[in-house]
Design a protein around this ligand. Structure first.
Ligand SMILES: NC(=O)c1ccc[n+]([C@@H]2O[C@H](COP(=O)([O-])OP(=O)(O)OC[C@H]3O[C@@H](n4cnc5c(N)ncnc54)[C@H](O)[C@@H]3O)[C@@H](O)[C@H]2O)c1
Ligand SMILES: N[C@@H](CCC=O)C(=O)O
Length: 567
């Protein structure tokens, strides 16, 4: 009975008008948009929000005898934006219990009704809560309005809407053959246990997809947000609630990452990790899970879905349109301060055009360095000051210290030369100026390690060594996330695409290596960049279903023997 009703609703078609959300441009003269944004910024600016845990729909606050973490504005680290309640081990256990208790009522909710919740959430984000979402991201995660728009408005709405379309396409895939007298079908069950979603600081949209994609497929989720993005993540959670998400389907458990993770991954019903963050943490989670698996802790083999770091390249050929390559490199390497997994962090230039390229790029960057201002939140800024800057702060002191160390190392390494930037200032916020470093060794660690900040390492190659260079890039790509070739010559484009096949899961031609759009560029990389299950495509939903095949026989047997048997 239940199976039939699930099947009946699975084939309902999503609304036909699902399309990418359009980003607002926030042109300097768009007075109405700026006014609405300023009103939201002032609201968050003037109060520190108390953020609870949400377990089975119940809110638990610090007054309930819990520790508190203070989320600060990275552009103004004295400013506390949110007081975030921290989960205890018992809270995590309660969240797991809640997710298991609500599971059956959630997955038996017809797909139409599950989907409608996420479609409504997308509409709430792109309308009623647009400016609040933007403000929480700008203040909490140090984004410009442009970067906030493409994250917590367009990308997140796109994930929520396109996943509905992809899910309905997946559900409609059925066995193509049934022998005479039989009927074969498949049921797309959710995973039997619960999903653990661990989200990064840098994209609120990713947090939304890590949680909503499994939930749409009938799973229940324990969500540990990043402590550097809790403000926008909690706002997102409340939007999902307003859209009708039932209690317990997604349980919001901010807290100490190690404590929360330990409780989760030792639970017998832990069934999937949906993770985005650094490679180092992903490896450690894999290790814990494999260890528990060998100790027979689990009822099911956990699915592991993870997208992690990158050391992404821009490779320029001497046939490239140089201004196009320069502008794309500035955007790809420095917008959001280089804090995108996809950010360009190594640049390969042919000797014949290197001088022209670098002189022009550094000229532009020096101009922006001199105008370098925080995306700050002081009253004067909110009244029309520096909200129009191109870049902002890095996320926290740990990142700032790491990047300062990178810059200081570069000053003392004879293979490296700082061409521009190299300045830093933490008096108010975590500011690192856009920095370009020239390197004369193609296998240098600056061309291999992820720094996750506004630091671009450049290597000049002899024009006639293009093929050898591609082979070098291939060899030094421990990560395999994104990369771009800039060239006009089709043969060169084809050659680079061939030689760099496994160096980037997202390969761009004459475009920057950031800014993948849901449903347009399926996103993810292999090697040490992750499991490459491609968010923004229907592929990822396959990881959160647990297919049951059903064969029904309409012919009754009259005996047990086959024709080839003796009578
Ligand atoms: N490939 C992608 O799609 C993608 C997208 C965004 C970010 N990233 C990567 O994420 C990183 C930046 O994000 P971040 O600074 O938030 O990463 P991070 O690894 O510090 O944190 C990611 C998540 O893991 C948690 N975590 C940290 N230490 C943990 C531990 N010991 N045990 C369990 N959980 C732990 C954090 O609290 C957070 O929720 C970069 O490496 C970037 O390349 C990748
Ligand atoms: N969709 C984003 C993903 C960034 C990850 O941190 C991009 O392609 O730049």
């Amino acid at each position: 009975m239940l199976r039939l009703s699930t099947r009946r609703f699975s084939i309902m078609k999503p609304p036909p008008n699902i399309a990418n959300e359009t980003a607002k441009l926030f042109h300097v003269n768009d007075v109405k948009d700026w006014d609405l944004l300023r009103a939201s910024l002032i609201k968050f600016n003037n109060s520190s929000l108390e953020i609870p845990l949400v377990i089975n729909g119940n809110r638990i606050y610090s007054k309930d005898n819990r520790d508190v973490y203070l989320q600060r504005n990275p552009a103004n680290h004295q400013q506390v934006l949110a007081e975030v309640t921290q989960s205890t081990a018992q809270d995590v256990q309660d969240a797991i219990t809640a997710s298991m208790n609500v599971k059956k009522s959630w997955y038996t909710t017809p797909f139409y009704h599950r989907a409608a919740i996420f479609l409504k959430a997308a509409d709430l984000i792109s309308t009623k809560y647009r400016y609040d979402m933007l403000a929480s991201c700008i203040l909490g995660q140090g984004k410009t309005v442009q970067q906030a728009e493409i994250d917590c408005i367009t990308e997140i709405s796109d994930f929520l809407r396109f996943n509905v379309k992809y899910a309905s396409e997946l559900y409609s895939q059925q066995p193509t053959e049934s022998s005479a007298g039989t009927w074969n079908s498949v049921e797309y069950r959710p995973l039997e246990g619960f999903v653990y979603a661990v989200s990064p600081f840098n994209f609120t949209a990713i947090a939304g997809n890590l949680t909503a994609a499994p939930a749409l497929m009938g799973n229940t989720v324990v969500w540990k947000p990043s402590k550097y993005a809790t403000l926008s993540n909690y706002l997102l959670y409340t939007v999902l609630e307003e859209a009708g998400l039932p209690p317990g389907v997604i349980n919001f458990v901010p807290g100490d990452p190690e404590l929360v993770t330990k409780e989760v991954v030792q639970h017998t019903d832990f069934n999937a990790l949906h993770y985005t963050g650094s490679t180092k943490v992903f490896k450690s989670l894999n290790f814990q899970i494999q260890k528990n698996l060998t100790e027979d802790k689990y009822k099911n083999y956990p699915r592991i879905v993870g997208e992690t770091g990158g050391k992404n390249f821009h490779l320029v050929h001497n046939t490239a349109n140089i201004p196009n390559a320069i502008f794309n490199t500035i955007r790809g390497a420095f917008e959001y301060q280089g804090q995108k997994c996809s950010a360009a962090s190594r640049l390969y230039l042919p000797e014949s055009v290197s001088n022209e390229f670098l002189t022009n790029m550094i000229g532009i960057l020096n101009e922006s360095n001199s105008k370098f201002k925080p995306v700050n939140t002081s009253a004067s800024a909110l009244n029309g000051g520096d909200l129009h800057g191109f870049i902002g702060p890095v996320i926290h002191e740990r990142s700032y210290d790491k990047l300062v160390n990178v810059i200081e190392t570069a000053k003392n390494d004879p293979s490296l030369e700082i061409l521009c930037g190299g300045k830093y200032d933490k008096s108010k916020g975590w500011f690192i100026s856009p920095t370009v470093i020239k390197c004369n060794d193609p296998s240098h660690r600056f061309l291999k390690e992820e720094f996750f900040g506004p630091v671009l390492t450049v290597y000049e190659y002899p024009d006639d060594q293009f093929v050898e260079l591609c082979k070098d890039i291939e060899k030094t790509s421990t990560y395999g996330l994104t990369g771009s070739i800039f060239a006009r010559d089709r043969k060169i484009i084809e050659q680079a695409s061939d030689l760099l096949r496994f160096s980037a899961g997202n390969f761009y031609i004459n475009d920057k290596c950031t800014g993948a759009v849901v449903a347009q560029q399926w996103f993810g990389g292999s090697r040490m960049s992750g499991t490459n299950d491609k968010s923004g495509s229907g592929n990822i939903l396959n990881r959160f279903v647990n297919i049951r095949n059903i064969k029904e026989n309409f012919y009754d047997l009259n005996g047990y023997k086959y024709p080839s048997n003796y009578d």
